[in-house]
Design a protein around this ligand. Structure first.
Ligand code: HEC
Ligand code: HEC
Length: 232
């Protein structure tokens, strides 16, 4: 039953992404608005929303987890986003059911919503009030891609220079991966760059990677991203 509903939700979202219009198949946005009251203690949504204790929630549905610019997320959320997870209906449902069950390290102190219907109402409300990713609802920053990441993505990476710089990385990041060290070969540049930027600005903490990334300028990161993407 749960999976079937999740599948319906995912289909509804896919349809919405193609033609943004009415609310989710299951959820009732008007009921969701009432259910959102306790959330509003920490979150703003809609026109002019800004970050408070929690991040503003405009453009939430479909955007990368823990990625809205200008907010310091916990490592758990940042890493989920860097790994390519987005807030689709299933992820939102799991998070709202039990934030800590889904992301043990989350800073959102909220016990969760037991009723699946209530969760669907809330998701419908957040989609209606805040729009889906990419739609601009407010002047406040709703960018899914951090501007720093976007700037580096715009630089054409020099592959031979990247290969030269990679000597410093491959001592740890071996082709097969292994242990606690993720494999970085073949990573999409958007993911690679978002990872290094998060270490460089400290939003993702790992002592070695913080030190390594702070020595890298934008040109170097672009060159490394181009090299690691091309090397299998
Ligand atoms: C006591 C404050 C508080 C309450 C109440 C609260 N949140 Fe949060 N919320 C947060 C914080 C803090 C974060 C950032 C979590 C992190 O970085 O781990 C967050 C994160 C989120 C995110 C992830 C946003 C993103 O861009 O990745 C969503 C979605 C969310 N909350 C929805 C809700 C909903 C819906 C409710 C009400 C049912 C709610 N929150 C209640 C504080 C709160
Ligand atoms: C001393 C070992 C070491 C060196 C040297 C090193 N890394 Fe890392 N790197 C790690 C570890 C360990 C992690 C995982 C850290 C974590 O859990 O956040 C990591 C994570 C990463 C990630 C995130 C991957 C992901 O899947 O999220 C990227 C990208 C990355 N490193 C790139 C580089 C680049 C580029 C260099 C060279 C300039 C480099 N690393 C040098 C150990 C190293």
């Amino acid at each position: 039953m749960r999976d079937a509903r999740a599948a319906i939700g995912a289909l509804a979202l896919a349809a919405l992404a193609a033609a943004p219009s009415p609310s989710l198949a299951e959820g009732d946005a008007a009921q969701g608005e009432r259910l959102f009251r306790p959330c509003a203690a920490c979150h703003m949504i809609g026109e002019g929303a800004v970050h408070r204790v929690g991040p503003q929630l405009n453009g939430l549905v479909g955007r990368a987890i823990g990625a809205v610019a200008g907010y310091e997320f916990s490592d758990d959320l940042v890493e989920a986003g860097v790994d390519g997870l987005v807030w689709d209906a299933d992820a939102l449902d799991r998070f709202l059911a039990g934030p800590r069950d889904y992301f043990p390290g989350t800073r959102m102190v909220f016990r969760g919503i037991r009723s699946e219907e209530d969760r669907q109402h809330l998701i419908a409300y957040m989609r209606d009030a805040g729009g889906v990713a990419g739609e601009v609802v407010a002047e406040a920053d709703t960018e899914a891609v951090d501007p720093e990441v976007a700037a580096i993505l715009g630089i054409a990476g020099d592959v031979p220079y990247g290969e030269y710089l990679a000597n410093e990385c491959t001592a740890c990041h071996r082709a097969e991966g292994g242990g606690d060290i993720p494999t970085i070969r073949g990573l999409a540049p958007s993911v690679f760059i978002a990872g290094l930027v998060a270490y460089r600005n400290g939003s993702r903490e790992h002592q070695v990677m913080n030190t390594v990334s702070r020595r890298l300028g934008d040109e170097e990161i672009a060159a490394l991203a181009a090299y690691f993407q091309s090397s299998e």
